[in-house]
Design a protein around this ligand. Structure first.
Ligand code: SF4
Length: 133
């Protein structure tokens, strides 16, 4: 499959990327290229893959997973993650914010530990339960 999309030229990164689509187990290799302000997408087998590759080229996002310090917990650290994908360029700033934070046990899986982290509409949540000591 091949698609041409006219995007706002200012938003488009230069050059090209070969992106492995991870939306389904087929794992198509999708070629995305900015040709004079026109986005050319080739190698995808469906619309979902086209959308994934387009976003991965223009503004890649990731679910962030790390640990956070805990006071009076059974363990000194708790695994945490973002509840939605974050823009890649915000990951470092988010990690710094998490490193500055200390939470108190007990904590339940899914508890919001930092709300609206770095001004984005994304929360940092607990990935497990943690009892206090
Ligand atoms: S392009 Fe479509 S078929 Fe191919 S891996 Fe992505 S979602 Fe699956």
């Amino acid at each position: 499959m091949s698609t041409k999309i006219n995007e706002d030229e200012q938003k488009l990164p230069e050059g090209f990327k070969d992106i492995r689509c991870i939306v389904c187990p087929t794992g198509c290799l999708v070629h995305v290229e900015n040709v004079n302000g026109e986005l050319i997408i080739e190698g995808h087998s469906c619309k979902r893959g086209e959308e994934y590759a387009r976003e991965e080229f223009i503004a890649p996002k990731r679910i962030l997973t790390t640990t956070m310090r805990v006071e009076n917990g059974f363990l000194p650290l708790i695994p945490v993650r973002s509840n939605f994908p974050l823009p890649k360029e915000k990951l470092k700033e988010t990690l710094k914010e998490i490193a500055k934070t200390v939470v108190k046990a007990p904590i339940k899986m899914g508890d919001i530990l930092i709300q609206n982290v770095v001004g984005l509409d994304v929360d940092i949540i607990a990935s497990r339960n943690l009892i206090e000591v």
